[in-house]
Design a protein around this ligand. Structure first.
Ligand SMILES: Cc1ncc(COP(=O)(O)O)c(C=O)c1O
Length: 375
C-alpha cells in the first residue's frame, strides 16, 4: 500500500502527466508567462463551467477576498459578518482593510454560517456577509440572500473549499457555489479541489461593472496602462498555473465523484457508531468533500491522532481554535455563550485523508484503524 497522505497530488498528477507536461512546456516555449492565452482560456472555460458571466483570476484565494472587498468600496469601520468557524483568511482580509469582522455561529450539522445568527448580528454599520462554503458544501444561501436583500448588504461567497458544488434552491433550480452572491472568491492552492501547482485564485461575478472594478484593483488600480485612478494591488494568476488549471478543470466533476466515493466508504464504515458523527449532507447542496470531517463524541482526539500517526495515517484538525479565540480577532463583543456549537466543535473535529486517489484497501486500513481506537 502506498504511503497515506491527506492529499495525494503525486498520484493525481501521474494520471494527467503527459497533458500537463506538454502544457507547461508550451507556456515556456511561448515565453508568455504572465497574462497569456492560457489565463484567458482558463477564465472563459471556468466561467462556462460555473455558469457565471465573469471570472477574474488572481494570485491566491486570500487576495480574491481582499480584492472583492476593495472593489465593493467597503470603508474602514464597516462591519462584515462571517463565521468564527473558518480558515483565518476569511476574517484576515476584513481586518486588514480596517473593516470590522463580526464573527457568528454556524449550523452544527453543516458547519456553515447560521442565517439566524447573521440576522441577529446586523447593525446599521453592517455592509456585507461572507458565507464560507466550508469543507465542500454550500452555506444556506437562499435565506442568506433574502437577508442581504432586506438589509441591502453585499454577499461575498468564500468558495475556496467548495468549487464545483451545486446549491439547490427550494424550487429545484441548481447553481454553482460562488455564483449566487455579489461575488464569489476561490483558491487554487494545490490541495484544493481544483488546485494548481503553486498559488492561484479567482473571483466570479455576474455584475459586469463590478468585474471591471475587480480587474482594475487587481492590476494596480489601472484600467488604462500607467493611469492609476485608485490604489490597487498586484495580483495575477500566471500562465503556467492557468495551463494546468485548464486541464484539471476538465476532470473536476470526476474528481468530485472520486471524493464522494471515498466519503461514502467512510460513512458506511462509521455508521451507527455513537462516538463518531459523520458529515451531514445538506438538503440544499451537493458535497464536493474538500474535507471529510468527523465530530468525535467522548473520544480523546489527540490520542486518536497519535494512534493514527503510529500507523502512518495522517489526520488534521480544521480548525483547532474558533477565530474569536485567536488573539488577533478577539473582541469583547464575542462571547462563548453565543458560540455553543463552534467552541466544542473546535475540540472535537478531526479530518481524515480525503483526495481523488483513495482506493478501497487504503480506506479499509484507515477506517479499521479509527475503529480499533474508537471501540
Ligand atoms: C475557507 C478559505 N478561505 C480562503 C482561503 C485562502 O486561500 P489561499 O490559501 O489561496 O490564499 C482558504 C485556503 O486555505 C480557505 O480554506
Amino acid at each position: 500500500m502506498k504511503k497515506i497522505q491527506m492529499v495525494d497530488l503525486k498520484s493525481q498528477y501521474e494520471k494527467i502527466k503527459p497533458e500537463v507536461d506538454k502544457a507547461i512546456q508550451n507556456v515556456i516555449d511561448s515565453t508568455q508567462f504572465i497574462g497569456g492565452s492560457e489565463v484567458k482560456g482558463f477564465s472563459e472555460e471556468l466561467a462556462k463551467y460555473l455558469g457565471v458571466k465573469n471570472v477574474i483570476p488572481c494570485a491566491n484565494g486570500t487576495d480574491a477576498l481582499q480584492i472583492a472587498m476593495m472593489a465593493l468600496n467597503l470603508q474602514p469601520g464597516d462591519e462584515v459578518i462571517t463565521a468564527s468557524f473558518t480558515y483565518v483568511a476569511t476574517a484576515e482580509v476584513i481586518a486588514l482593510l480596517k473593516l470590522t469582522p463580526i464573527l457568528v455561529e454556524i449550523n452544527p450539522d453543516t458547519f456553515t454560517i447560521d442565517p439566524k445568527a447573521i440576522e441577529k448580528a446586523i447593525t446599521p454599520k453592517t455592509k456585507a456577509i461572507v458565507p464560507v462554503h466550508l469543507y465542500g458544501q454550500c452555506a444556506d444561501m437562499e435565506p442568506i440572500m433574502e437577508i442581504a436583500k432586506k438589509h441591502n448588504l453585499f454577499v461575498i461567497e468564500d468558495v475556496a473549499q467548495a468549487i464545483g458544488a451545486d446549491y439547490i434552491y427550494k424550487d429545484g433550480k441548481k447553481v454553482k457555489a460562488g455564483t449566487m452572491g455579489t461575488v464569489g472568491c476561490t483558491s487554487f492552492f494545490p490541495s484544493k479541489n481544483l488546485g494548481c501547482y503553486g498559488d492561484g485564485g479567482a473571483m466570479y461575478t455576474n455584475d459586469d461593472n463590478l468585474a471591471a472594478q475587480i480587474r482594475k484593483i487587481a492590476n494596480h488600480g489601472q484600467s488604462v496602462q500607467y493611469i492609476h485612478d485608485e490604489i490597487g494591488v498586484n495580483s495575477r494568476l500566471d500562465n503556467i498555473q492557468a495551463a494546468i488549471l485548464r486541464i484539471k478543470l476538465r476532470h473536476l466533476d470526476e474528481y468530485a465523484s472520486a471524493r464522494n466515493k471515498a466519503a461514502a466508504y467512510y460513512d458506511k464504515a462509521f455508521a451507527g457508531n455513537p462516538k463518531i458523527k459523520t458529515p451531514v449532507r445538506a438538503k440544499n447542496s451537493t458535497h464536493v468533500f474538500h474535507q471529510y470531517t468527523l465530530v468525535l463524541n467522548g473520544v480523546d482526539r489527540n490520542k486518536l491522532k497519535e494512534h493514527l500517526a503510529s500507523k502512518d495515517i495522517p489526520a488534521m484538525i480544521y480548525y483547532p481554535l474558533p477565530l474569536h479565540h485567536q488573539k488577533a480577532y478577539a473582541n469583547p463583543r464575542f462571547k462563548d455563550v453565543d458560540f455553543p456549537f463552534t467552541v466544542p466543535l473546535c475540540k472535537n473535529v478531526i479530518s481524515l485523508p480525503m483526495h481523488t486517489e483513495l482506493g478501497e484497501e487504503t480506506l479499509k486500513y484507515i477506517t479499521d484503524s479509527v475503529l480499533e481506537f474508537v471501540k
